[in-house]
Design a protein around this ligand. Structure first.
Ligand SMILES: NC(=O)c1ccc[n+]([C@@H]2O[C@H](COP(=O)([O-])OP(=O)(O)OC[C@H]3O[C@@H](n4cnc5c(N)ncnc54)[C@H](OP(=O)(O)O)[C@@H]3O)[C@@H](O)[C@H]2O)c1
Length: 307
């Protein structure tokens, strides 16, 4: 039997680069997938891309998590798509990053817009979807990017730094709220470019070693793993490969990454006792340098950021 057979996964931002790969991976692993997008047309395109046929374990919901009223309608559409199924996993991979003038030349409206499309959509998603799965062995996973941890190599990217750092910090807030609940809230912070299905560069022209299908095992690993309250930084594709290493029983897959995660360790124990071992994030110097070079090269070419 497929590993996620009988499980139900709701994916927000399912038509996007990251979300589409996650949708494919969970479908292939036997899950019932509810793909959520603001656009019915993009969901139809996604079905073609994923070769979803009649009778497939796949449903769609049109919805937008930008504010409370649209979130209410989105949840009604998701409930209908679920058809009474309970949710086992939520992946919120909504929005990308906004670019704009340097901080002192940006307007407050541009800043608000950047946070609306990065942080606030995740906030509404958490408010709407987390309460119902708190007491289930479920997961709620958000997505951010490595710009979170560094001064942006180009000031035009400062809102990406802010948005990704805000999502990572929001994870910690949700981690504190849910530390005694069954649900596991985590964020995957991706430090490299990811291409759309079958592609070789991300949407801003940054060369990507693999496409989103190559990234998706990291999401499956989180769903089957033990990580709780973590911002898990994927510094390289090697970290994705590591996610596929079988559980070791004591710490679970990704033990090296998890133990250095934002919450300072595994689950409630780590949250309660950050201790001297805890480090804010597991960005090591070589990764930082690699990322800096990658971003610098992309900017020089007139391309974009890796996240
Ligand atoms: N791609 C990369 O190279 C890369 C690298 C590192 C990190 N990341 C991170 O991965 C996450 C997802 O990125 P992605 O590359 O998958 O981006 P993407 O291709 O733009 O997909 C994001 C999806 O979110 C949906 N969305 C829902 N509400 C939105 C809103 N208010 N504003 C904008 N989009 C909204 C959009 O789908 P609909 O239009 O269909 O609603 C869109 O397709 C981001 O946090 C990003 O920083 C990406």
């Amino acid at each position: 039997m497929a590993e996620f057979s009988g499980k139900t996964v709701v994916i927000l931002g399912a038509t996007g680069v990251v979300g589409s790969g996650v949708a494919k991976a969970f479908l292939d692993a036997g899950a019932f997938v509810v793909a959520v997008s603001r656009s019915a047309a993009k969901l139809e395109e996604l079905k073609k891309t994923l070769k979803v046929g009649p009778g497939a374990a796949f449903a769609t919901a049109v919805g937008d998590f930008k504010d409370e009223s649209t979130t209410g309608r989105a949840m009604a559409a998701i409930d209908q798509a679920l058809g009474g199924r309970a949710i086992d996993h939520v992946v919120s991979s909504q929005g990308f990053v906004k670019f704009g003038p340097p901080p002192t030349q940006s307007t407050a409206a541009q800043l608000t817009d950047a946070l609306d499309d990065g942080l606030v959509i995740n906030f509404h998603a958490a408010r709407a979807l987390l309460p119902g799965i708190k007491q289930r062995p479920a997961t709620f996973t958000m997505v951010s990017g490595g710009l979170a941890h560094m001064p942006p190599p180009d000031p035009a990217m400062w809102m990406g730094t802010l948005k990704n750092a805000a999502v990572n910090a929001f994870t910690l807030g949700l981690a504190a709220e849910t530390q005694r609940d069954l649900v596991r809230v985590n964020t995957l912070c991706i430090h490299f470019g990811v291409a759309p299905i079958g592609g070789s560069q991300n949407q801003f022209g940054l060369a990507a070693e693999r496409d989103t299908v190559g990234l998706a095992p990291a999401f499956l690993a989180l769903a089957r793993g033990k990580q709780k309250g973590q911002v898990i930084c994927l510094g390289s594709w090697g970290d994705v490969d590591e996610s596929e290493v079988p559980l070791d029983g004591a710490t679970g897959a990704w033990s090296r990454l998890s133990l250095q995660g934002a919450a300072g360790g595994e689950g409630p124990r780590g949250l309660n006792q950050p201790g001297p071992r805890a480090r804010p994030f597991n960005v090591q110097a070589p990764t930082r340098v690699r990322l800096h070079h990658a971003v610098g090269a992309a900017v020089a070419r007139g391309g974009g950021a890796p996240c």
